[in-house]
Each structure stands twice: as C-alpha cells, then as structure tokens.
Ligand binder design. Sequence first.
Ligand SMILES: [Zn+2]
Length: 282
Amino acid sequence: MEPNTTNREDANQLATAPVAITRYGIPVRVSSATENGWEVFDPCGDLQTVSKIVPIENTQVVLDPGHGGKDSGAIGHAGLKESDVNLKVAVATSQLLQGKGFPTFLTRMSDYYISLDERIALADAANAKAFISIHHNAPASAASKTPGTEVFAQSKDSESARLSGLLHKEVFEALKGVEGVQWTSRWDAGALRVLNSQGSDAYRLVRKPETTNALIEVGYLSSPSEGGFMAKDEYVQIVALALATATETFLTTNENGTPLNERARIYNPSGGRTICPNVDLE
Ligand SMILES: [Zn+2]
C-alpha cells in the first residue's frame, strides 16, 4: 500500500533519523513510514509496525549495555546480574555525556533480550562517532593489586585502538584509586585485541560494526569483593564518570591513553544460535 503524502514527508525527515524510541522505550531502527505508522526493526531484527516513535537525531555516542532479558550475563555476589549493572553504568554514562553536550543513544534501556546483530545494526544506523559496549567479567581471575579492566579494540582500526586506550586509562585509574576492594586480573589485561585462530577479531560485537568501537569489561563481577562494590551506586558513578571523561577526550582530542598490548589474546568463541524472544514495542 502506498503511504499518503503526509507520511511520505515524515519519511523524508527520517532520512536523518534512522533510529528512534518506541512508546515502551525500546530503541529501534526505522525502516519506513506506513499508512498505520512506522515500520521498524525490533530487538530481534524483525520488522514490526508501530503507531508512534520518537526519532533520535545527531547521535555522537552509542552506548551498548551488554546482555539483558533471558541472557543475564555474569552472575555476581548475592545474585547481582551483569545485565543490570551494565545498564546502570550505561544510563549514568549517557546522562553525563548528554550533560556535556554529546547526544547519546542506548541500544537497550530496560531488561530484555536484544540480538548481537541488532545491537551492531542500531549502532551503525545511528551513524555515531563511537560505539561502546559495556560488560562485567567472569569467572574470577587471579588476585591482583590493580583492577583487571580490559578493553577490546577492533584490529586494524587506529581510532578503535585510541578509543579503547582512553577508556582503559580512565576506568583503570578511577578504580585503582578505590580503597578496600580486592581486585582480580588476567596477566594480559589492558587495552588489547582478541583474535581467533584465523586472525580475525574474535568477538562479533567488535569485528562487525562499521562505527569506531570498543568493548569494555570493567572488572570482575564474579569476584566477591569486586561484585560487592559493583552493587553500590558509588561504583556506578565512579565508572560512569570515567567512561564519560574518556569518551569526551576521544571526541575532542587526539590523545591515545593506554597503548594497545603488542601481543593479541587468542580466543575462539563457541557461538551458538539462540532464540530471540519477542519484545512489545508499544
Ligand atoms: Zn558480558
């Protein structure tokens, strides 16, 4: 069916706003205007029609809180879910960046499952300058005097390396200053590349985006001491401030932060298909 003239004009305006938020607060990619509203890609990447959207324009930074819904990610002290901590940190970081005048877009704003491919598609559609995935690590690693913060860069992209280095520097320094937490770390923690045996970036979320990206594992949720700290609002504020500062530095300077480890970590993920449950958009 042909869209009417009014909708066609709206569709033209949407050429500059390919992402939007639905009435239930679900971030989506916009496909086209229809007679009944808008055709959008839902968190599973399937087309759905909704009656209303709020277009999001001029995004500079896409923040991606890892996991959600049936996929809680790591489980920490007292049942603390990685998906919840990731979301709290992402929302707080978004608020700080918006306050500094950098428009942001979140790939998820509540607790539901979203496919990896849709996260990537949302980030690329938003046409941002930086795409940052936020995660917390498991299982517990070896005891360490300093935090085990890891940031994964897309190989062969010097801007991704720069973003990763800045995120690592700010978050590592901020956490290092916190007293009374027993940290854990892998020996090769830092800003690094993680490659599979074929030499490609091991993580799809790092390999596939066309947007300059970085994936941060802030610390070890599965470590009792770190996990206890991560349950506190104080933790969320400390990490959000560090992430926002690093992002602002990335966007406004040519600074590099922590240099990438020379040697890449080798890792072969055992990825499998997973069912993507339907999410109500409105
Ligand atoms: Zn994770």
